[in-house]
Design a protein around this ligand. Structure first.
Ligand code: AHR
Length: 497
């Protein structure tokens, strides 16, 4: 294959990468909470019933913002059901996933996990079946000094100090007809505005995420966002977007080009934010919170999404292969390339439910998408740089023209992190990386690859798609020459002058 030339320049900056772009999402659904992070029966359980093996694995992913408790679940959840003595908590029907929720894990248990993991908590309030006042009471429970009704309840539950939760989502996917309590944009906007005011009255230091379009496919796409921002813009700092992608047509080159449409979605959402800012003559710019993203298309129907009344059923336990790992890297590249507008992003989700990590009894399995995430997360600190790419490419069926090599980069302290994906199924790709002649040496290099696009890890064969040390990189005359295997993701850290 013809060489691809990837050029970065110290001066061609985008913005510092917000570490919250490496966020996660833990929903009360399927086996994410129960059997995922919380399993008092497990041989791995600690004194709080949290799984030590899972926590250790999550630690390697360096998650920052952790969104909780949903998702669709949040739109029917009443937080008071999940606090206080465990034996008095009600067992409830969860209508979003047709499951049984025992409420043995709630706000205080989640905050215990957050403390152990050093995450930034990000709560979604219930604006489906809940009220603005219930949302405001939750802020008082978590953030006010003890001495008032809800803050004293927290203290009585064993947590005298406020948790100071800064990030709050004003509902979840309220534009989706499947959402409990779904309403048209202007009605959601009024409900969200009421909740936002009460929540900020309870604690003015919090930051709010308004529900934006959760898919590009609904007819309300963009109009929803404009309406919501015009109403809630004065209170909210961020607007949310979601994206799940898949290879429904079993066309690998097309699937790997989906990154184009992720770039496009981000740019369109940013355009609405800028439109409303201009129209309303606002000083404040709204930033993007990409608070659900992943590959999800196999486990989408029937029993995958209907718990049939069970507790902790197997829901949406997607199995990930090599091509999915390349697409996950594509999401991260896109976020880095849009570091000026995307300030928060959450992979959905963290364990068992469409997740990089699976559990089976006391066993654990790392799926393919775990590996690129870890490679990027290790190298996430610094300034995102603007790439210039010259090299071969192809016209994809659904997403237009793409370069065979996808890339992003972050400039850290005395080092440059470069991420590269080779979309070719059959050919290895020579890549020349330039940084004004000042690459001094390669400090570390890793690659994710495998025997083919559908290669995946199983409990019986857990190391088919993993990350390995990468050797095919040479630094000469201030430039790097990289030989990428077919269908691979490479992460490189260079020492720079
Ligand atoms: O992450 C699974 C589900 O996907 C979430 O509950 C919902 O917000 C989205 O539709």
């Amino acid at each position: 294959m013809q060489t691809t030339k990837v050029t970065y320049q110290r001066e061609f900056t985008i913005a510092p990468l917000d570490p919250r772009v490496f966020g996660g999402f833990l929903e009360h659904m399927g086996r994410a909470v129960y059997e995922g992070v919380y399993d008092p029966q497990s041989a791995h359980a600690d004194e709080d019933g949290l799984r030590k093996d899972v926590m250790q694995a999550l630690q390697t992913m360096r998650y920052t913002a952790m969104r909780y408790p949903g998702g669709n679940f949040a739109s029917g959840y009443h937080w008071m059901d999940g606090v206080g003595p465990k034996e008095s908590r009600p067992v409830m029907r969860d209508l979003a996933w047709q499951s049984t929720e025992t409420n043995q894990f709630g706000t205080d248990e989640f905050m215990g996990l957050v403390a152990k993991m050093d995450w930034t908590p990000m709560f979604s309030v219930n604006l489906g079946t809940g009220t603005p006042e219930e949302a405001r009471n939750w802020v008082e429970y978590t953030n006010s000094p003890a001495g008032t009704r809800y803050s004293s309840l927290r203290a009585a539950n064993g947590h005298p100090e406020p948790y100071a939760i800064k990030l709050w989502c004003l509902g979840n996917e309220m534009d989706g007809p499947w959402q409990l309590g779904h309403i048209p944009a202007d009605q959601y906007a009024i409900r969200a505005q009421q909740a936002a005011k009460l929540m900020k009255d309870a604690d003015p230091s919090i930051e709010l995420v308004a529900c934006g379009s959760c898919t590009t496919r609904l007819p309300s796409y963009m109009e929803w966002d404009r309406t919501v921002l015009e109403y809630v813009g004065a209170y909210a700092e961020y607007v949310s977007l979601h994206r799940y992608v898949g290879n429904e047509d079993d066309d690998t080159p097309d699937y790997l080009a989906v990154t184009n449409s992720i770039d496009q979605q981000i740019e369109e959402m940013d355009a609405v934010c800028r439109f409303v800012q201009a129209k309303k003559h606002l000083k404040k710019r709204h930033y993007l919170c990409f608070d659900e993203w992943n590959v999800w298309y196999r486990a989408r129907h029937g029993d995958h999404v209907n718990g049939r009344g069970k507790f902790a059923p197997h829901l949406i336990e997607e199995e990930y292969n090599l091509e999915d790992a390349l697409v996950a890297a594509g999401f991260l590249n896109s976020f880095i390339r849009h570091a000026d507008s995307v300030k928060i992003a959450n992979i959905a989700q963290i364990v068992n439910v469409i997740a990089p990590i699976l559990t089976r009894g006391d066993e654990m399995l790392f799926q393919s998408i775990y590996y690129p995430f870890v490679m990027y997360a290790k190298r996430r600190d610094g300034m995102a740089l603007r790439p210039a790419v010259a090299g071969p490419g192809y016209e994809s069926k659904s997403y237009g023209y793409v370069n065979t090599i996808d890339t992003s980069a972050i400039l850290g302290e005395g080092e440059l992190h470069v991420f590269l994906t080779n979309r070719s199924e059959t050919e290895s790709a020579p890549v020349e990386v330039e940084f004004g002649g000042s690459l001094m040496g390669c400090k570390s290099a890793e690659v994710v690859s495998g025997p083919g696009p559908k290669a995946l890890n199983t409990y019986e064969n857990p190391n088919v798609v993993t990350s390995q040390a990468f050797k095919a990189v040479q630094v000469q005359d201030g430039k790097a020459l990289v030989q990428m295997p077919p269908l691979s993701v490479v992460a490189l850290t260079f020492q720079v002058k």
